[in-house]
Design a protein around this ligand. Sequence first.
Ligand SMILES: [Zn+2]
Length: 148
Amino acid sequence: MPRVRRSRLISPPASSDAVRAVMRANKKRDTGPELVVRRMLHELGYRYRLHARDVPGNPDIVFRRRRKAIFVHGCFWHQHQDQSCPLRSHPRSNLTYWGPKFQRNVERDQANARLINDLGWRALLVWECELIDNNRLRAKLIKFLESP
Ligand SMILES: [Zn+2]
């Protein structure tokens, strides 16, 4: 079986200019989407901490006083299940390799969500594909942070 380059596996079909723009912005897959969210929060005037190791799941962005955390998830790695996700992509080969990896990611996400709720924290999940619509994402962030 020929070796498949990882980059081929993680690249969803670019279906529109917006998607291509997001993909370009997210070249550094782990940091790109998170940086976009951080910049947006900063512009909105929110101050946050990064990567709280004492909070379950080591959230990307943390608001200690509000006891709120934001996770930014890549649609591929965390297997975004929303049918309308334009970045949704499933590996077409090597399923024996990717299948268990994804399963572990998804299970870990669910376990962390439970733990964080048990601590009395609230968590917001921002999917990579939500970065396409800035206005909508901005509204979502504000609603999350301003709700009791
Ligand atoms: Zn998505």
